[in-house]
Structure formats: C-alpha cells, structure tokens
Design a protein around this ligand. Structure first.
Ligand SMILES: O=C(O)CCC(=O)C(=O)O
Ligand SMILES: [Fe+2]
Length: 396
C-alpha cells in the first residue's frame, strides 16, 4: 500500500447546488457532499482517486442523512475545509482505503448531551421569564457599522460586531450580510450576550426539553423523522433530513410564556389557531433542509387545514450552536445566518397582499460538525388583520 507514510487527513468538499437559480455560489450551502481522505502519496500516474500532485484520495459521497451520517457544508467557493475525521471510506475508490472498515461518521464523536443548567441559573431564568413583557423589550438598532467580513468559523466566534443603524431593519442586525434584506421581511437576529430575553427563551426550551418539565423532556423521545407538506400529503423526503416534534401549547405553561414573548416581540397573535404549535427540530451531522418556502404555494396544501390562512411569518430560535455547517441560507436575499445558540430569526413569508414572497426561499445547510437544534413558530394570516394590515400592492 504505497504512500501510507502520510498521515491520513480528512477534507470535505461541497458541490454547490445548481438547481436553484440565483443561488449565491460563494455562500455556504450544498445539496451533495463529499468527504475525502488523503490516504497517501502516489507513485506515478493519475486517474481515480488522484486529486493533487502526488496525492491519493479516497472518498465518500452522498446526500446528508439524519443523525449520524457524515455531511459537508462547503466553504466559500467550494474550498476544502480540513476537518478532523477519522475512519474509512467506500471500498473500491482507492486501494489504500479498502482495508479501512466503517463509514466516517461512525468515528465522529457522539453528539454532546444537552447541558444541565446549574440550579441557580435555572432559577434566574424562571424569574426572568415571569417578569412580564418588559423583559422582552426591543432595543433600537445601534448606530455603529456592522462588521462586514464574510462568514467563517473564526468570524462567527468573534461575534457579529455592532449592528448597523438601518431604517429597513426592524430591530438589530446580526450575521454578516444582512443589508440586502428588505424591511418588510422584518428580520430579527439577536444573541445571548446582547439580548438576554432571547437567551432565556432558548435556554429554557432546551433546558425544559432535557431536564426541566417531564412533559417537555419527553419531547426528545418524541422526535420523529421530519415530514414536509408535499401536495396534499405530509411526506418524508430526502431534501429534508432531520427529526422533529411539535410541542402543544397545553403541554407545559412554559410554552405559553414563550408564546407571550414571541407575541410581544412580533406584535402578532401567536395563539392557536392563529399560529402553529412550536416545532422543535434536531439535525444530526449531514442533516439539512434544502431550499423551500415556509408558506403554502398550493391551495391544496395541508397547511390550510388549520383554516387560519397561510403562514404569514416564521419565528425561528436556534437552540444550539454547531461547530461547523448548518447555517440558514436565504438564497435570493443573499444572506446566511450561522447557527448561534440563542439567536432568533423572524421573517415575513407573505407580502401584504397575501402573495408568497419569493425572496424568502431558504435552506438549512448541512450540519458538518455538531448537533443543531432549532425551534420554529409559524404564524398564520388570520388573527393578524389589525396587526399587519393588508395592502393591495404586491411590493408591500
Ligand atoms: O434549520 C434551519 O436552519 C431552517 C429550518 C427551516 O427552514 C424550516 O424548518 O422550515
Ligand atoms: Fe423553512
């Protein structure tokens, strides 16, 4: 087995999705992934398995799959991102790889368990939650300029930088490329340090699920392979790989408090049937959700079964951070939000005339390393008539 003297290294590569017109190619999203392992140095000749001068590569490719399958999110422009994967590859790709047995993901560390909160912190969270709407007061956008550098793990760890004052932003900006989002989408992003009210919500949901309320804790065992609305049916599909559970408002009083917070922040009626129950979603490595709209695009969609109109808005909370991948990418808006625990996103799915806003096409990028948890609240049209008045103009 020539060339084994080099220590094996894993790299990942992303084939950017080409099916979606206008997709920002430099951004972080892919529909197919590939994991490569450099298994040694070649003698002469090229051919399969050869990628660079003198390098022999073995690879595994495919679609991301739920918890436990290796998946890849490409770096900018398809650059390979070194990751510490140790394991084997599909037989037959390169001779050096044949001997190595299980798939790469088998060797990845197990997802970290949800952290148990210290009792004192838990008590503080509860107290904060009970202190009423003032705890969720919004802060005006700051005036300083926001950091402009493109997203990277290093940039994400430095934080978002100060928010730019922008008349189109409803509240404060975050992420790295928010400026292209029109105001009607009303995007909200926040982070733990800056906005404790959100961190309370997210931490509390995670905490309840993991340890707190027995009813909510059972959610983790209720998680099932996600389904999406397809025609009149709800189907398991390859383009959405995750597990999810719906948390009925009546399951625990904490959900009422959470609804209250979301209502205060958005100014919308989020009581059933004007909004759906909270959906908690877990993506394992490779888990992803390809570009889609949250609102119904066909009159026969099961989303209309609630008889409260279409999904006018989405409120999504990140319940975990991930080491790499998993960003929520808005394809046409050229914006992607890294998975930052306790951040929340809000956007309008519909124009004020009730038509779907095509600019909301978005995707959950494949998780590369880590365990991604989000909670979404979908708010429906009915009940918002006086909160978000209609307009006959499609551009509103
Ligand atoms: O996980 C994400 O980042 C996006 C999830 C999403 O778009 C959805 O659940 O509809
Ligand atoms: Fe979505």
């Amino acid at each position: 087995m020539g060339g084994q003297k080099n220590k094996a290294e894993w790299f990942v590569e992303c084939n950017f999705g080409s099916r979606y017109k206008g997709y920002p190619r430099g951004d972080v999203y892919c529909t197919r992934w590939k994991v490569y392992r450099r298994v040694g140095t070649a003698a002469k000749g090229g051919g399969r398995g050869r990628r660079g001068r003198g390098e022999v590569w073995a690879g595994e490719r495919g679609l991301g799959a739920g918890t436990g399958a290796a998946g890849v999110e490409g770096g900018r422009g398809g650059a390979r991102t070194p990751q510490e994967h140790h394991g084997a590859v599909r037989p037959g790709v390169a001779a050096a790889a044949r001997a190595a047995p299980p798939a790469p993901h088998a060797q990845l560390p197990a997802p970290r368990p949800l952290r148990r909160l210290e009792p004192a912190l838990a008590a503080l969270l509860w107290r904060r939650l009970r202190c009423g709407p003032s705890a969720a007061r919004l802060h005006a956008p700051q005036t300083a300029g926001r950091r402009q550098e493109p997203w990277s793990p290093a940039a994400a760890s430095r934080g978002p930088g100060p928010a730019a004052a922008h008349p189109r932003l409803r509240w404060r900006a975050d992420g790295c490329s928010l400026q292209k989002l029109p105001g009607r989408r009303g995007l909200i992003v926040t982070e733990q340090e800056q906005e404790p009210s959100f961190s309370d919500i997210a931490s509390l949901v995670v905490w309840c699920m993991a340890w707190g309320s027995p009813t909510l804790a059972s959610t983790t065992t209720k998680l099932q392979r996600s389904v999406v609305a397809s025609g009149e049916k709800q189907l398991q599909v390859e383009y959405c790989i995750s597990k999810s559970a719906w948390l009925k408002d009546t399951v625990d009083p904490i959900l009422g408090t959470l609804d209250h917070r979301i209502a205060v922040i958005t100014g919308l009626d989020v009581q059933s049937p004007h909004a759906e129950y909270l959906q908690v979603v877990n993506y394992g490595i490779g888990g992803h959700y390809e570009p889609h709209f949250d609102h119904a695009t066909s009159p026969s969609s099961p989303l209309y079964r609630m008889k409260s109109g279409n999904r006018v808005a989405t409120f999504m909370i990140y319940l975990s951070s991930v080491e790499a991948g998993g960003a929520t990418a808005f394809i046409y808006a050229n914006f992607s939000m890294p998975v930052v625990k306790n951040a929340a996103l809000f956007w309008w799915n519909l124009h004020r005339n009730g038509e779907g806003d095509d600019d909301t096409l978005h995707a959950g990028c494949p998780v590369l390393v880590g365990d991604k948890w989000v909670a979404s609240k979908w708010i429906h049209e009915y009940g918002q008539e006086f909160r978000r008045p209609c307009s006959s103009r499609s551009e509103d």
